[in-house]
Design a protein around this ligand. Structure first.
Ligand code: GAF
Length: 355
């Protein structure tokens, strides 16, 4: 008998890309795909994590690297914040696609965090848990991500998109019932390799911080389009993306509150164009998937996540899924790309105890 079984989801982001580390707005939702963790407590402060036939043992006296670092990072962050973390043997299974920009690593972090918070009886509010998991990834793993992925995995609710203010960590659960309107979000995994660690992500983040400093505001969240005239020319497109993207999130939330779901399509597509032309984080696979989905009748389409590979979301009439998938597959074949993998995304629950 395990001491507990815990689960935490991957995510897609409906809109609000590269805004989280600018204190801006994001609108992700949890995927049904998730990381699930079986926990057996032990008496001494040592841990093991087993997954896919490999077991890694650690006691945090030496740095843990590779995939097990996401587990060790959370235990490190909890202890660094002054919490007692019991030793444990952990077994992990996950069906969140790895390397697809769907937050497979945040799902692991948030499953581990939920397990130890529950089993050690820690009183850590949900938003603080997300911040703690982000710190684990920033400091221990060394990826300078924002808070969106960990917040989505922790705070999401079934049937809702999570409207998150990344400055205040205030949230609003936005009902997102696509089926009721005959709609679907199709995830198109381009399978173009995606890596945040390769310096491009960090470079974008640095540009945004430089732009905020030149304008004289704490973060680009506080800037307006009029401020662009204060910037070195190389920073103008980067800042313009963040300023306009925050606005698009607010407009998307307004439309969803009014249940005008189809009308968010053009905002999704405008987000992609901004990420392609101003923020320059797309790759040909992402651009071609968006173009093909739109040509096949999607209301809107955009890359989701950090970019440089990964997935596209297309808002479509539910019966059009096969037609859109065929169109994207044909465009990929015409361009010599490997076939994409497509699946519908419905908003699932955030991290929780299963047993
Ligand atoms: C990645 C990061 F981990 C997030 O924090 C966010 O910045 C995203 O890229 C871009 O919106 O998923």
């Amino acid at each position: 008998m395990a001491d507990g079984i815990f689960t935490a989801p991957g995510r897609v982001n409906l809109i609000g890309e590269h805004t989280d580390y600018c204190d801006g707005f994001v609108l992700p939702f949890a995927l049904p795909q998730r990381a699930t963790l079986k926990v057996n407590l032990r008496s001494e402060a040592r841990w093991s994590i087993a997954s896919r036939g490999e077991t890694v043992h650690f006691d945090l006296s030496e740095p843990v690297t590779g995939w097990a670092a996401y587990v060790a990072a959370v235990i490190w962050a909890l202890r660094d914040a002054g919490h007692e973390v019991p030793g444990a043997d952990l077994a992990l299974i996950s069906d969140v696609p790895v390397g697809a920009g769907l937050s497979s690593s945040a799902a692991i972090e948030c499953a581990v965090l939920t397990a130890f918070v529950e089993l050690a009886g820690l009183d850590i509010p949900l938003a603080q848990r997300a911040a703690l998991a982000q710190r684990a990834e920033n400091v221990y793993v060394g990826v300078p991500c924002g808070i969106m992925d960990q917040a989505a995995s922790t705070l999401s609710q079934e049937g809702h998109a999570l409207f998150l203010d990344c400055r205040t960590l205030q949230t609003e659960q936005i009902p997102f019932d696509l089926a009721a309107q005959g709609l679907s979000i199709l995830v198109i995994d381009t399978r173009a390799p995606h890596a945040l660690v390769d310096g491009e992500y960090a470079a974008r983040r640095t540009s945004c911080e430089q732009a905020a400093a030149q304008i004289g505001v704490p973060a680009l969240r506080d800037a307006t389009l009029d401020d662009l005239s204060k910037l070195d020319s190389s920073l103008v497109p980067r800042a313009r993306h963040v300023i306009t993207e925050n606005q698009r999130v607010l407009e998307t939330v307004e439309l969803l509150r009014a249940a005008r779901v189809r009308e968010i399509g053009p905002l999704m597509t405008a987000s992609h164009v901004s990420l392609r032309d101003d923020f320059e984080v797309t790759v040909p696979e992402l651009d071609i998937a968006v173009e093909a989905a739109l040509a096949a009748g999607a209301y809107g389409a955009r890359m989701t996540g950090g970019g440089f590979g990964g997935c596209v979301l297309a808002l479509i009439d539910e019966p059009a899924a096969a037609q859109v998938e065929t169109a994207v597959s044909k465009a990929f074949a015409d361009n010599g790309f490997a076939p994409p993998v497509c699946f519908p995304a419905t908003p699932g629950p955030g991290a929780h105890r299963v047993a």
